[in-house]
Design a protein around this ligand. Structure first.
Ligand code: PBG
Length: 335
């Protein structure tokens, strides 16, 4: 008011982006990305037995559950607004072989688990993993040939049987994570021929050969017994190839495509958002979870804030859906 007050040198500044950041209500009005429980898919590990849960040492706060306790976790998740779970089995060693035949046993752990979930929480979307690694003595996603080669077409035949057996048990969506060529088309055909025209396919389209999967392999005791997965999973240095993989999967019948891992591949999510029209999922994988948990436990970061910022960034990059071990924790925070 006083005539002494000199006008700011910037009094004539037209654009002041800070105007819309002044209060919480203003910030909420112009927020471009909203993270909600609807975006979340909750990956869960199931094991044989009763009334047990084992914490995974490299994934604090994540457990392998026996079916009875898993059902409780799923009911809680659905009540929190999480629409879908992704199921991964810990398979007993004596049931493993090179061709992963246990994967299509109608009374296998996955098939029994699907039936029990459908009985208890029929509304939740059950997504099943299609790949051989948890069932393989070799820890590879496909059948190992004599010279150590991962056999593509022979593997695809098993994957089709696995997917059909999951659909027969009641799976809503099958998610091939194996990266064999041509598997989406073969699985679509197999499902349709068996009458499962309404079972959808979530394709791990751009799945990279990543060091971020370590804790997941601890959880399922599924690390490869020799070599690595670089002859089937993608090279971390490649982006254009992700478009090729996504285009192939969509042409073969994928309903949703996925990028995995998420954080080191936000550019790939963004790229595929701009080159395709199907929904995109991103997998915030075990190693990404472990890093946040570890730093949080050390008191080096504010864990809850970092989780929300991280998942928001994945959505902002272009993902419609996020598979994350934080799903339940986040759904609680968002309530
Ligand atoms: C394998 C599969 C992997 C994950 C999901 N499915 C591991 C791998 O490819 O070796 C990793 C998920 C995670 O790290 O959270 N079919």
């Amino acid at each position: 008011m006083s005539s002494e007050t000199s006008p700011s040198v910037n009094a004539g500044l037209i654009h002041r982006p800070r105007r819309l950041r002044r209060t919480d209500a203003l910030r909420r009005m112009v927020r471009e990305t909203q993270l909600t429980a609807n975006d979340l898919i909750y990956p869960l590990f199931v094991m044989e037995g009763e009334n047990q849960k084992q914490e995974i040492s490299s994934m604090p706060g994540c457990y392998r559950y026996t079916l009875d306790l898993l059902l409780k976790e799923i009911a809680d998740a659905y009540a929190l607004g999480i629409p879908a779970i992704a199921l991964f089995p810990l398979v007993e060693n004596e049931k493993k072989d090179n061709a992963g035949t246990e994967s299509y046993n109608p009374d296998g752990l996955v098939q029994r688990t699907i039936r029990a979930i459908k009985k208890q929480t029929p509304e939740i979307v059950i997504i099943t993993d299609v790949a051989l690694d948890p069932f393989s003595t070799q820890g590879h996603d496909g059948i190992v040939g004599e010279n150590g080669e991962i056999l593509n077409d022979e593997t695809v035949e098993v994957l089709v049987k696995q997917a059909v057996s999951q659909a027969e048990a009641g799976a809503d969506m099958v998610a091939p994570s194996d990266m064999m060529d041509g598997r989406i088309g073969a699985i679509r055909e197999g499902l349709d021929n068996a009458g499962f025209t309404n079972v959808s396919i979530l394709a791990y389209s751009a799945k990279y050969a990543s060091a971020y999967y370590g804790p997941f392999r601890d959880a399922l005791d599924s690390a490869p017994k020799f070599g690595d997965k670089k002859t089937y999973q993608m090279d971390a240095a490649n982006a254009r190839e992700a478009i090729t993989e996504a285009d192939l999967d969509i042409a073969e019948g994928a309903d949703i495509i996925m990028v995995k891992p998420a954080l080191a591949y936000l550019d790939i999510i963004h790229l595929l958002r701009n080159t395709t029209n199907v929904p995109i999922a991103a997998y915030n994988v075990s190693g990404e979870y472990a890093m946040i948990k570890a730093a949080g436990q050390m008191g080096w970061i504010d864990e809850k804030k970092v989780i929300l910022e991280t998942l928001t960034s994945i959505k902002r990059a272009g993902a419609d859906l996020i598979l994350t071990y934080f799903a339940k924790e986040v759904a609680l925070m968002l309530r």
